[in-house]
Structure formats: C-alpha cells, structure tokens
Write a protein that binds this ligand. Structure first.
Ligand SMILES: NC(=O)c1ccc[n+]([C@@H]2O[C@H](COP(=O)([O-])OP(=O)(O)OC[C@H]3O[C@@H](n4cnc5c(N)ncnc54)[C@H](OP(=O)(O)O)[C@@H]3O)[C@@H](O)[C@H]2O)c1
Length: 267
C-alpha cells in the first residue's frame, strides 16, 4: 500500500453503516483497512476499490482478543499512520434477558465493548505518537435509554458513549479527536441478526445507512463530540432522549422491542 493518501480503519465494514462509512472514506481520498468476520468483507473491499481506494481486507472475529490483534497486525503491516478509524462492528440480541442465551449476551460484551476498548487502546497510542488522528466510535441513540428486551445491547452502547466522551476530554489538548456516532434505527441487517424482525422496532421505518454515514463522516472530520446521524425523525429522537425521564424511555423502548407474544426470538 505505497500511497500518499491518508489511511482509515473501519470495523464492521462488510455491510450496513460500516460499509457506508468505508465508502465515505474512499470517496474522500482515503485508503482503507477494513474488517469483518465473514467472507463478505472481500466483496466489500472490491466495491471500495472501485471507488479509488487501496484496500486491505481483514477477516477476523473481533469478539476475540486474537481477532483484534490480527486486525491491528494488518494495520501495522501497512507501515502507515492511521489518520482515522471507525470502531463500528457491533451486534445485538433481542428478547427477554433470560430467554436469550448467555453466550449471545457475552458476544455483545466481547464485540461491542471489549474489542472497542482493545482497538481504541492500540490505535490511540499510535495516533498520539503522531499527535494526529480522528476516532469514531459507533454508539447509538439507544445509549441514552434503558433497553428492555435488549438490555445488554443498550448497556453496551451506554458504555461506548461514556468511553467516547471520556476519551475525548482526556485528549482535548492533543491533535487527536474522538467522536461518538449515535444512529437511530437504520435499515441494515442489524435487526434481523438480533432476532428482532418480529418487534415494532424491527418493522418500523428506518434511516438510510448512506445518510447516517454522510453525517458521521462530516462530524468526524470536523472533530465534533457527537452526532445523532440520519433522518429528522432520529435527530428529534436524539434530542428527546436527552430530556425524557428514564422511566418513560424504558416504557417506550419496551413497547418497541418486545417480541410479539408467543413468538420466538428468531421467528
Ligand atoms: N442499524 C441500526 O439501527 C443501528 C442503530 C444504532 C447503532 N447501530 C450500530 O451500528 C453498528 C453497525 O451495525 P449495522 O446496523 O450496520 O449492522 P450490520 O449491517 O449487521 O453490520 C454489522 C457489521 O459488523 C460486523 N461484525 C459482526 N460481528 C463481528 C465480529 N465478531 N467480528 C468482526 N466483525 C463483526 C459484520 O460483519 P459480518 O457480517 O462479517 O459478521 C458487519 O460488517 C453496530 O455497532 C450497531 O450497534 C446500528
């Protein structure tokens, strides 16, 4: 990857918001290291090359320590500084807390939380050595609300929101910025993968991932603290969740996330 272009790292780049984010980087003159768990990352990399970027595709399970190290080794192998990174890979699991397998809860924690802390630690050390870099952490408007029927997911996003804001303040005298991306409900594979097709949230109209990624990229490049990305509906929701009491937010989330009675998580 001999190039004078800046380099960006995007996780969860094979579909949805991550693929759209990677597209933004490619269109704005970045080369890329992209990561996802499954074989689809190779096809995503080909699409991104079609936008003019040099792309390294890494297939790794970021829910494991070794998977994160595998990705970071590929970043080091480019021998280029990382100008920007989007820590975006994430999963959910809808359903009553005790109905969802413990392994699925653990996977949310391993991927959404542990891998983000791990990769942020590696990347921020390198960015601070250059005194330059932009880090995007995909949180959610769900970070601001209790999450009945997806409690572990919402809690993981609250963790990421706090992490992003804390790191941002810690680094404010450096050339490194941290931005929290807070999408509302977005049309991706997320809800199906989380077994939430049969919830009101799963069936409701959703934002376009391309629009979310455009807003996110602009906020990241301007070094903003956070961005509630996507439609006007999501931006209004993003404002409402700041002021509504937790009890009310919990009731609203319960209405949206509760599986239809008598249906299994995956039906
Ligand atoms: N969609 C929404 O409404 C919404 C709203 C707020 C926040 N978010 C957040 O946005 C982020 C992206 O989700 P999305 O909506 O774009 O869903 P998505 O289309 O399902 O994308 C998830 C991405 O994460 C990757 N991934 C999943 N498990 C992985 C693992 N163990 N190791 C490496 N990569 C893994 C997937 O790759 P593989 O297919 O290879 O597994 C895929 O590229 C997530 O953090 C999610 O929490 C989504």
């Amino acid at each position: 990857m001999d190039s004078v272009k800046p380099l960006a790292v995007v996780t969860g780049a094979s579909s949805g918001i991550g693929l759209a984010l990677a597209g933004q980087f490619a269109r704005h003159g970045f080369d890329l290291v992209v990561c996802a768990e499954d074989a689809g990352v190779a096809a995503a990399a080909d699409r991104l090359r079609g936008l003019g970027a040099a792309v390294t595709a890494v297939r790794a399970d970021l829910a494991t320590y070794d998977g994160v190290e595998q990705l970071y080794s590929a970043v080091l192998a480019t021998r280029r500084p990382v100008a920007a990174a989007a820590l975006n890979a994430g999963v959910g699991a809808g359903g009553a807390f005790t109905d969802v397998d413990l392994a699925d809860h653990a996977r949310i924690i391993d991927l959404n939380i542990s891998s983000t802390v791990h990769l942020a630690h590696r990347l921020l050390r390198a960015m601070l050595a250059e005194d330059d870099g932009r880090l995007l952490i995909t949180s959610s408007v769900a970070a601001m609300a209790p999450g009945p029927y997806q409690s572990v997911y919402n809690a993981s996003k609250s963790f990421l929101q706090s992490l992003a804001l804390g790191l941002r303040e810690e680094l404010r005298d450096s050339g490194v910025t941290v931005t929290s991306l807070m999408p509302g409900a977005t049309a991706t594979a997320f809800f199906h993968r989380a077994g939430m097709d049969d919830t009101r949230l799963g069936r409701m109209p959703k934002d376009d991932a391309a629009e979310v990624a455009r807003d996110a990229f602009t906020a990241l490049m301007h070094g903003r603290e956070r961005v509630v990305a996507g439609s006007v509906r999501s931006k209004v929701l993003g404002t409402a969740v700041k002021v509504l009491p937790d009890r009310l937010k919990a009731t609203g989330q319960r209405y949206l996330s509760r599986p239809r009675p008598g249906r299994s998580r995956t039906s």
